[in-house]
Design a protein around this ligand. Structure first.
Ligand code: AN7
Length: 367
């Protein structure tokens, strides 16, 4: 039975026999081969062949206990906080960190305080933080303002900060790379990921490097990070004062792990690019309607990103020789679609309301 990422990858993590493991059996998420996406990307790379020569794999992190990737880091951060005798944790959040922190703190029996930007986190995420019993405080400001306040409070009080500037968060999140390598037998050619506060791209790159150093994988992927166009400080090269995007999870103007994200990009020979809200929404709908996978908009940024790159011919120059195995691209789908049901409903036609009559229903079915 899967016991959560700490037990499964204990030797790669900063835990000892004395660490009380606070786990909800996170991790072990599926790596799904996306048929439609593989075909779309293959058609750009090899327009004249029938078979998909590129495999696009989706790491569906929305299937973690609180429905986002944050649980991988939170199990380690909360376990270490309890080991250190802490009675309270705190975070700023665009939503998923607060949901995860609230759940793991509840399980550990410690207090959790979350600071959120007023009106800017989705219904699903807010409901999670509240039902798990966190103290939720909204501030009239954005995520960056909230994080500044949390940092100041945690520096002066015995409260553990559980945003991804907490190194234990990164340690836990790197296990996503281990699982991908375990599933594929090696690292992929490319690893695409949305970038907000830039903790996750930092974590995945660390994980890939550690697995290679341990000789479990033989190669390293090129890291492809994607920000939303209205919240793309790393792409622009300067902080964005008033970030804007429908992908509220990555609406961040001054990422805490900026330098580490650039290092992941440069060391791997990858890139960090941006995608528009329209491109994000198109990828969001495509994933749901063609590949059967429902994610929140921020998660679709990685898919929007590879589609954009494929159309520009980015993957063509890396075309392999015919005898090599097919090119593999992994996209991390960071959060579940049910986190943001309002966006789903706003993105499609509303159901029609009819009188309860068979003929009317048959006509509307349009088969
Ligand atoms: C679904 O919850 O920052 O680049 O406060 O929820 O590691 O920040 C969330 C970020 C991508 C970006 N996808 O990851 C928070 C928060 C989803 C997210 C990201 C987030 P990082």
């Amino acid at each position: 039975m899967w016991k959560g990422i700490i037990e499964e990858y204990r030797k790669f993590l900063p835990v000892t026999d004395k660490t009380p493991v606070v786990s909800l059996c996170e991790g072990n998420t599926p790596l799904i081969c996306a048929q439609t996406l593989s075909k779309l990307v293959s058609d750009e790379v090899y327009p004249h062949t029938k078979k998909s020569s590129v495999g696009v794999y989706l790491k569906y992190e929305g299937l973690n206990p609180t429905a986002s990737f944050k649980d991988r880091g939170m199990t380690v951060a909360i376990s270490k906080a309890v080991e250190e005798g802490r009675k309270a944790v705190m975070c700023a959040s665009t939503g998923n960190t607060s949901a995860s922190a609230a759940a793991y703190a509840a399980r550990a029996g410690i207090k959790c305080v979350v600071l959120i930007p007023e009106g800017a986190i989705t219904l699903g995420k807010l409901s999670q933080a509240l039902i798990h019993g966190a103290k939720v405080i909204a501030i009239k400001g954005n995520f960056d303002d909230a994080l500044r306040i949390v940092r100041e409070i945690c520096e002066k009080h015995p409260i553990t900060l559980v945003n991804s500037i907490n190194p234990y968060r990164i340690e836990g999140q790197k296990t996503g790379s281990f699982e991908i390598c375990d599933s594929l037998g090696d690292a992929p050619d490319f690893h695409a990921i949305p970038v907000g506060n830039a903790g996750n791209i930092t974590a995945y790159w660390k994980g890939y490097k550690e697995y290679k150093a341990a000789n479990i994988s033989k190669r390293l992927p090129k890291m492809l990070g994607f920000q939303a166009e209205g919240a793309a400080p790393i792409v622009l090269g300067h902080p964005v004062k008033e970030p804007r995007t429908i992908a509220t999870a990555i609406k961040i103007g001054n990422p805490a792990s900026w330098k580490q994200a650039e290092a992941a990009r440069d060391e791997s020979g990858g890139l960090i690019d941006m995608v528009s809200d329209d491109e994000i929404l198109a990828a969001y709908k495509l994933l749901a309607s063609m590949d059967g996978i429902f994610v929140e908009p921020a998660s679709a940024a990685s898919v929007a990103g590879i589609l954009k790159l494929a159309k520009k011919g980015f993957f063509n120059v890396r075309r392999q020789k015919p005898d090599e195995q097919r090119m593999r691209i992994v996209c991390v789908l960071t959060g579940h679609g049910l986190k943001d049901p309002d966006r789903a409903i706003a993105s499609v036609d509303k159901p029609k309301v009819l009188e309860p009559n068979v003929d009317l229903v048959l006509k509307e079915m349009g088969l």
